[in-house]
Design a protein. Structure first.
Length: 348
């Protein structure tokens, strides 16, 4: 599309764009093209607080935070992007690169982590809208609504929402975005779209894995422990692990084979001669722990009979999020260790 044509379309749509900005201020939603599909855009108090106030994020999965095309317009949100990824997004945005980030919300016991996808849409209509409104949140429309929009028709309102629909006068070419997940360590390129992996990786300042590079194999890891159970024992304080492990192993029936996986310091300080204990390393190097634990679990597959595997971990900080996700996939149960807490092993 020629620049003169684009500007002419934007002049034609200027009143609709101004009304859309007003809709945001009145808690309404706007539907328009994003460049890879269509989305419901809306404002939220979290944006006014630049992600640093007490307001919680909007509820719902697959939440997008859309940023305007000019970096000066979203510099207050730069703290959400890890330094090692900033060069890449400043080069490709507005454009088909999505960044999945981790955001903390809430306080105290209610504090939790949410994952949000950051992007700067490349549709001319959405770019102009964001230039006028500033950052907004977005949920993608469903497949049927997406097709309706592609056919140039309006989609219906849901649950009494105030909905304003914007159409671009010409058919748009949708581009598939590349998705980079920086919410875990190491970073992972989850989807390669219009921007190829080599192009993106060349502008990142941290090691990044491709999505198919998995710490554990695609097949379910429970295949390594037939007729057995794998229980994850987690403590915030490492000093609580020895007593917790002792209490749990006493609950294992006598006909079961027990194997306990511990970090190096806990194993050597408290179980130096215990033949049931195996050392997986220290969680300051979670990738080494993955590799060692994987190898040990594979060796376990050569043993037969009923068994119980206890994998005890402590002090799992943000850099262990990816490792935690792998543990969740392979485990049959997860026990949290607290002070003066009685633990019960469920082997049924």
């Amino acid at each position: 599309m020629l620049e003169a044509q684009k500007q002419q379309h934007l002049r034609t749509l200027r009143r609709a764009l101004n009304r859309a900005v007003t809709s945001f201020k009145e808690d309404g939603k706007v539907v328009c093209s994003l460049g890879w599909g269509f989305g419901r855009l809306f404002h939220h108090p979290w944006i006014d607080q630049k992600g640093q106030g007490e307001s919680l994020l909007p509820q719902g999965d697959d939440l997008f935070l859309l940023l305007p095309p000019e970096a000066e317009q979203w510099e207050d949100f730069l703290h959400l992007i890890p330094e090692g990824a900033r060069k890449a997004v400043l080069f490709f945005w507005p454009g088909p690169v999505h960044l999945r980030i981790r955001v903390e919300e809430g306080e105290g016991d209610g504090k939790r982590l949410r994952r949000v996808t950051l992007c700067s849409p490349w549709s001319p209509l959405c770019k102009e809208l964001l230039s006028r409104s500033g950052p907004v949140f977005c949920f993608q429309v469903d497949a049927d609504e997406n097709q309706t929009m592609l056919e140039g028709q309006d989609i219906p309102e849901k649950d009494g929402e105030q909905l304003r629909v914007l159409h671009w006068p010409e058919p748009e070419r949708m581009l598939e975005p590349s998705l980079l997940d920086v919410s875990t360590r190491p970073w992972r390129l989850l989807a390669q779209g219009f921007v190829e992996a080599d192009e993106l990786l060349a502008r990142l300042d941290e090691p990044t894995l491709l999505s198919e590079d998995r710490a554990f194999p695609v097949r379910a890891i429970r295949r390594y422990v037939p007729e057995g159970k794998t229980i994850i024992v987690e403590a915030e304080d490492k000093s609580l692990l020895p007593d917790a492990v002792q209490a749990l192993r006493q609950q294992v029936p006598p006909d079961a084979f027990v194997r306990i996986y511990l970090d190096e310091s806990t194993a050597h300080n408290h179980f130096p001669d215990d033949r049931e204990v195996r050392v997986y390393g220290e969680l300051n190097d979670p990738e080494r722990v993955r590799r060692r634990l994987q190898a040990m679990l594979e060796r376990q597959s050569r043993r037969f009979g009923k068994r119980v595997l206890l994998i005890a971990v402590a002090e799992m900080g943000p850099k262990c999020d990816s490792f935690r996700a792998d543990l969740e996939k392979l485990s049959d149960g997860w026990l949290k260790v607290g002070a003066d807490q009685e633990l019960k092993l469920d082997l049924v």
